[in-house]
Design a protein. Structure first.
Length: 252
């Protein structure tokens, strides 16, 4: 006999992770929460609407993104106080990880309301675990500031960090970032992970200079997770005078 699952808890904010590319990466629990919640707060209602349609789910959608966070956070809190079950999703991945969500979570916790994570896909974890770099210690930066001076200052502050560094970057600034990494971390191993979980998923490994040369030959599309070997790994590689890790590795 099939075990009956407990119903969702009224007055709870559910942080629902959604696929970052491959729709098969959604969890059974995420589908159930989206089906049973009262409203879905979404970063992009059109994109989330397509996701819900794919899984034959029909729910009211509430737009929630960077520029209306303050107003929407208040509305979401009022809904929670009335006992509604609110599912919060972003365009892709886990809410609050370089995406809207952190502010409303902080407000809900501050108001003594219940917050529950529904874990699933996360570009950071997908890239880190397949990068070949150490995973026992890492530092996640998210997106760097847009201004050059602030970006350089942020990177310089990370030079002494022993663990793997991980950040996000858009295809429009990846060449600029590789140039900056070449100035700050010229001898470190860099891993570019792009199009994660999609048909053209690719991991490119090398020094900043080697990857810059590759970018000059062909355009790289898609959102990037960029990983940088930590200080300890860089020192070990230098002592070895190891073999070059240049050359792309494609994982389909």
């Amino acid at each position: 006999m099939e075990k009956t699952l407990p119903p969702l808890t009224p007055g709870t904010l559910y942080l629902v992770a959604t696929p970052i590319g491959n729709l098969e990466d959604i969890t059974l629990r995420a589908i159930r929460v989206l089906r049973e919640c009262d409203v879905v707060a979404a970063e992009d209602t059109r994109r989330t609407g397509q996701l819900l349609k794919h899984f034959e789910i029909s729910k009211p959608l509430l737009s929630y993104f960077q520029f209306n966070e303050a107003k929407r956070s208040e509305e979401i809190l009022e809904r929670l106080k009335r006992g509604e079950k609110v599912a919060l999703v972003t365009d892709a991945g886990t809410p609050g990880i370089s995406d809207p969500g952190e502010r409303v979570v902080r407000a809900a916790v501050g108001a003594g309301l219940r917050v529950e994570s529904v874990p699933g896909a996360c570009a950071l974890v997908a890239a880190l675990t397949a990068s070949g770099l150490p995973t026992d210690e890492f530092h996640f930066i998210g997106f760097l500031p847009h201004k050059s001076g602030q970006r350089r200052k942020a990177l310089e502050a990370l030079k002494t960090f022993a663990g793997t560094l991980a950040l996000y970057e858009s295809p429009y600034r990846i060449e600029k970032l590789l140039g900056e990494l070449g100035e700050v971390f010229p001898d470190r191993t860099i891993v570019l992970a792009r199009e994660l979980t999609k048909k053209f998923e690719e991991f490119l490994r090398g020094t900043p200079a080697e990857l810059l040369a590759l970018v000059a030959k062909r355009a790289l599309k898609g959102e990037f997770v960029v990983l940088v070997s930590g200080k300890a790994v860089a020192e070990s590689d230098a002592a070895d005078e190891g073999e070059s890790s240049a050359g792309g590795v494609v994982c389909n």
